[in-house]
Ligand binder design. Sequence first.
Ligand SMILES: NC(=O)c1ccc[n+]([C@@H]2O[C@H](COP(=O)([O-])OP(=O)(O)OC[C@H]3O[C@@H](n4cnc5c(N)ncnc54)[C@H](OP(=O)(O)O)[C@@H]3O)[C@@H](O)[C@H]2O)c1
Length: 295
Amino acid sequence: MHQAKLLDGRQAAAAVHERTRARVRKLRARGIEPAVVFFRVGDDPASELYVRRKEKQARELGIRSETVVLPAPSTERELLDRIEEKNRDPGIHGILVQMPLPQQIRAEAVCQAIHPAKDIDGFHPVNAGKLLLGDPSGFAPCTPAGICELFRHYGLVTSGAEVVILGRSNIVGKPLAALLLARGSQGDATVTVLHSQSRHIAEHCRRADFLIAAIGKAEFVRGSMIKPGAVVVDVGVTRLPLPSVPGKSRIVGDVHFSEAVRIAAWLTPNPGGVGPMTIAMLLANTVEAAERLAG
Ligand SMILES: NC(=O)c1ccc[n+]([C@@H]2O[C@H](COP(=O)([O-])OP(=O)(O)OC[C@H]3O[C@@H](n4cnc5c(N)ncnc54)[C@H](OP(=O)(O)O)[C@@H]3O)[C@@H](O)[C@H]2O)c1
């Protein structure tokens, strides 16, 4: 029976980390210690886990990290002031604010407060604009950049291909569309972006040579929506309770894995696909920021 090949994010991320490690060594030889600061507000357990993973990986690469935790009732002003301190700190090269934030803090205000040169998440309007204009001096958001790197690692070429992206968020769908639409061997795709108001979703998906699902709806993409031989990337992360073990949950992607694996040519495991690539690109961006700031 046909079985898709896996787009192994852990393996591809390890290759990115190897290159990042070499760049860290070069910076350190020049007396520069690349450093990143993570901000977290409140005690959301998932955010805590995500930041801990990033800290651990940074440490393994020789990147110094610090984490600032603000209490849940903190005001937007308090967070913006702390960000501004780090904008001005020459010893800090990258700044990340872990989302989601409590409702009294506007994510847009936070994204705009981070200096674009330290905006390793690539969410600042200046970096979003540069991405759209094809200006490589900005930072691309890490999940879309990680997906493109996954394709590059496995020699999958999007040039001329039909790419269908499910989801139009500012952190995944839209920047991914910009990257894959850009001129050049890593882009040059014909891109369709679908969202909650799109019609004929299954038909669009069935046309895709590359299908990327980023909507956060468990197992939304069924086997019947996939073109035989397509490349399928599952970005979605939905936590579903495990009825057999009270209090425990399991992570389910946007793609029905056991159906997709019989039809696609390439498929990301989930977990182990896009997640590790996102962290790898974040730390690569941190080192890039340190190199640029060092001149
Ligand atoms: N592994 C990773 O590193 C990583 C990173 C980022 C995100 N994620 C995961 O990826 C998923 C998407 O994240 P996000 O931040 O992009 O989500 P988001 O901001 O909630 O956006 C979801 C998008 O999906 C669209 N959508 C929702 N239901 C749909 C449906 N039934 N049919 C078609 N489109 C639909 C929405 O359309 P509208 O715009 O019309 O509302 C929206 O554009 C989440 O599960 C998230 O946890 C994973």
